[in-house]
Design a protein around this ligand. Sequence first.
Ligand SMILES: [Zn+2]
Ligand SMILES: [Zn+2]
Length: 383
Amino acid sequence: MKNNLLLDTMRIQTESYKSHRMETFIKKKVKTMGLDYTTDKYGNIYVAKGDADLYPTMVCHIDTVHTINNNVQLVKIDDKLLAIDRTNCQRYGIGGDDKVGVYITLSLLQYYDNFKAVFFKDEEVGCKGSSQADFSFFSDSNVVLECDRRGIGDFVTSISGIKLSDDIFQESISSILTKYNRKCCAGGITDVGEIAEKTNVQVANMSCGYYDPHSDNEYIVVSEVEATKQMCIEIFDKVNQDGLRYEINGNRISYTPAVYGGFGYGRGYDYYDDFYYGEDVGTSQSTVDVNRQPVGTCKLDTICPNCGAHEVWYEEYDDVCFCMSCQTSVEIDYDDFIVDEKHMETIPIDDLYEVEDKIIDTVNQEFNGNCWYDDNDNKLKKL
Ligand SMILES: [Zn+2]
Ligand SMILES: [Zn+2]
């Protein structure tokens, strides 16, 4: 295999909070290109190349979920690259999430005369690096791309209800997306989501040819990595040609049912695990199994101040409330209203020491002991 940069990048062992090897690798590569880098107080690495009014910009994360393992060996099978632990010959996650992103970012930094790149630390433990970024770095970016998604078909245009890009940008690159067979969709948390929250520049995340991330079986498909790199070049070329900075003006919040699991006919998007279930769904999905509890969310026992529907849900990860009926975010203190069972302890009858004996008798007679104590309204309820 001739692509040494890809192999070199995939060989580096890196882990959340232990990414020093990857940091050194990136800093050396940047120096080899004759460029300088800066770091912020968290240790994220920034590179600005050339002299332009606007810069195509790419970001990636340099940690992986896999524990550093010095016995890992890369194995190439046809178009696939995977890793095994040579001591026990077991598969080991190759860390394409997000070393593929690192590889594409380094490649494009080399390719373009004018380019900006950021290598973020500790994405896998809650976007720790990118949430503390120097966001002024993106003030002259024309658009910010990230390659940090499994598979090959997705172009992510919203993350947990935050709009990453608008119709004008998506329209401008639609023939490229069609050529590379990408569909616009909602996606999981990653660094460009942080940039979208803190700046007005348009951003995107996309599939980049890694599979089974966060597992020992993780592998990459080399031709898909290369196709994604090529697609990024075409997108940046188009944006450079458009000659403007793509910004989101106005409200960036744009909740779609997809983010929350959606409603409908057994199809939808699982926000926490970042995958689609049921049939293929795009940005306009209004579909999901009604019987399925949305992941990482709970229903609140209150009505929506906007539409009056009893459909207000709290989303733990982003700490926001949202009405499923009118599809708007709602300002409510969730602590006052949580009624979802998973936030209630089921207390065995014997432990109900605070409850009067006569209540316990009633419980035993009426419910055969199958009840739980709801300390919100101080009542026993049937299981
Ligand atoms: Zn990732
Ligand atoms: Zn990941």
